[in-house]
Write a protein of this length. Structure first.
Length: 140
C-alpha cells in the first residue's frame, strides 16, 4: 500500500468532509462499543472544521490513492492546549519554559485512522513524520 503523508497548515475546503470522516469514524466505534473509558469524539464537526482552518494547529494527514485515511492534530500554542482534554498550560509553561517560549513544545491530541486502514502501520507512519519534523526543529 502506497501511503503519502503531508503536513498541512490548513485543510482545503474541498477536503473538510473527508477530514471529518476520518476523525468521526476513527473514534466513533470506541464510543459506541464501550471500549474506551473517556468519550472519544471530543470535537463536533464545526469545531473540527475550525481546527482544520486554524494555522495554530498542525495537521499531518495520510493519503492512500488521494483519499484521506489518517490524521494527527497538535499544537504548540499553550492557550489552545488548554481547550484540549486535561492539559494544564501553566504546568507545561513552567516545566518547559524555553521550549514553550520558542514554540518548540508540541502537544499531539489526536491520532485517528479510518477503521478499514487500522493495524496497517499508518498511525505509526504519521507519528514518525510528526516526530521527525519537530525533532529537526529542536522541538519536544
Amino acid at each position: 500500500m502506497d501511503v503519502q503523508v503531508e503536513l498541512m497548515k490548513q485543510v482545503p475546503d474541498d477536503s473538510l468532509e473527508d477530514f471529518w470522516l476520518v476523525f468521526n469514524e476513527g473514534f466513533s466505534y470506541l464510543d459506541s462499543s464501550g471500549d474506551a473509558a473517556e468519550r472519544q469524539l471530543f470535537y463536533t464537526k464545526e469545531e473540527l472544521s475550525e481546527i482544520a482552518r486554524d494555522e495554530d494547529y498542525t495537521k499531518c494527514v495520510a493519503f492512500v490513492e488521494n483519499k484521506i485515511v489518517g490524521l494527527i492534530l497538535g499544537t504548540n500554542n499553550t492557550d489552545k492546549m488548554a481547550k484540549i482534554s486535561y492539559v494544564n498550560p501553566a504546568f507545561i509553561s513552567n516545566r518547559f519554559p524555553a521550549e514553550v517560549k520558542e514554540g518548540k513544545f508540541f502537544f499531539c491530541n489526536t491520532i485517528s485512522i479510518l477503521p478499514e486502514y487500522q493495524a496497517e502501520g499508518i498511525g505509526l507512519l504519521i507519528l514518525r513524520k510528526v516526530i521527525e519534523i519537530f525533532s529537526e526543529g529542536g522541538g519536544l
